[in-house]
Design a protein. Structure first.
Length: 345
């Protein structure tokens, strides 16, 4: 078969078959199932979880952004890379410009540049990105799915709360926060405020960082507001996530709420205080929430004020005021056993 020269659209056998069908009439062709079986493609088990993470962050008020997978030639100086981190950078063989000189080793740095640009016109900036980071290890290129977010203005407690929300919604129970030790996920150590940052761990494995951005870097990027960020290994999060949920029926008996305010040194972790209260309170303490952390001028001597709601509830009876008072006093005495802590009365 040879197509006329005026029909330049008939280039392949499939084009000719389509033309014959059009002339003959598609309605005159009897439908017939294909003779070979159609196998559905294998499901990507990670994709639904990435979408779930995206939905959680959007529900938390963050806006998704997409950046190029590159960073500029000045990034090692701007973000304080050491010699080891510079060796891990993947340089492009033929970069389009100095702005796209390396493959990005993390997501947080480009998000901070977004904040620096948006601050000129926006007051409240809440961004996140899901994407891949790249580096080389043992002379081989590596890549990993990450999720990162920035808040401007933001604080350590806000970004920590977002990560805790992710863990709760993904069914992750082994996530906890440890003292800041080293540089996070191939980000320069000048990125973070060492006193207002923490490692995020699953078991004993570090999977990311949360915290506030260092003042020196904020000045370097000309960011006016206090900026907080989180940077997480999304692959580790997805591996630990579970769709199973444990149902706990609500108690038929009423709950009672009491408050405790506590003065502690500024370096004290909230988790340490919670552990003492939960250990002494036992099963009748249904929940403990931190509702205020104050470190202002009214608290002197390097101290901070922590305020907690304690929910008392029993599964089999209504607790009396005498029982609640006795349990509350036990918790207060346990807190006062630490000579550096003072329960405010």
């Amino acid at each position: 078969m040879e197509a006329p020269t005026k029909r330049r659209d008939l280039l392949t056998p499939e084009d000719c078959i389509e033309e014959i069908g059009r002339l003959f009439g598609y309605e005159n062709i009897k439908p017939k199932f294909p003779s070979s079986p159609l196998m559905p493609p294998a499901q990507n088990s990670e994709l639904p979880w990435r979408e779930h993470v995206r939905d959680i962050l959007v529900a938390a008020g963050l806006v998704e952004t997409y950046n190029y997978s590159f960073t500029d030639k000045r990034a090692p100086e701007v973000f304080g890379y050491d010699a080891g981190q510079r060796r891990e950078l993947l340089e492009l063989e033929n970069p389009l410009s100095e702005e796209y000189f390396y493959l990005r080793p993390n997501l947080a740095e480009n998000l901070l540049r977004n904040v620096a640009r948006l601050e000129r016109t926006e007051q409240d900036i809440r961004l996140f990105e899901i994407g891949k980071a790249y580096w080389q290890s043992e002379n081989r290129p590596q890549e990993q799915w990450r999720v990162a977010g920035v808040l401007a203005p933001g604080s350590f407690h806000e970004v920590k709360g977002i990560v805790e929300l992710l863990c709760e919604r993904l069914g992750i129970t082994e996530c906890w926060f440890d003292d800041f030790q080293q540089t996070p996920l191939r980000s320069g150590k000048s990125l973070w405020n060492m006193q207002r940052s923490a490692e995020c761990k699953l078991g004993n494995t570090r999977i990311g960082f949360v915290g506030e951005i260092s003042r020196a870097l904020s000045v370097s990027l000309k960011m006016r507001q206090n900026v907080a960020a989180f940077s997480l290994n999304l692959e580790a999060f997805v591996a630990a996530a579970t769709a199973e949920r444990t149902y706990r029926p609500p108690s038929r008996f009423p709950a009672s709420v009491r408050d405790i305010a506590l003065l502690v040194p500024r370096g004290t972790k909230v988790a340490d205080v919670l552990n003492v209260m939960e250990a002494r309170g036992g099963q009748l303490v249904r929940d403990i929430d931190v509702f205020d952390i104050y470190e202002g001028e009214r608290v002197h001597g390097g101290m901070k004020n922590l305020a907690f709601h304690i929910v008392y509830q029993s599964e089999d009876r209504t607790l009396t005021s005498k029982e609640i008072d006795a349990l509350h006093d036990r918790i207060i005495k346990a807190l006062e056993e630490n000579p550096e802590w003072e329960v405010r009365k």
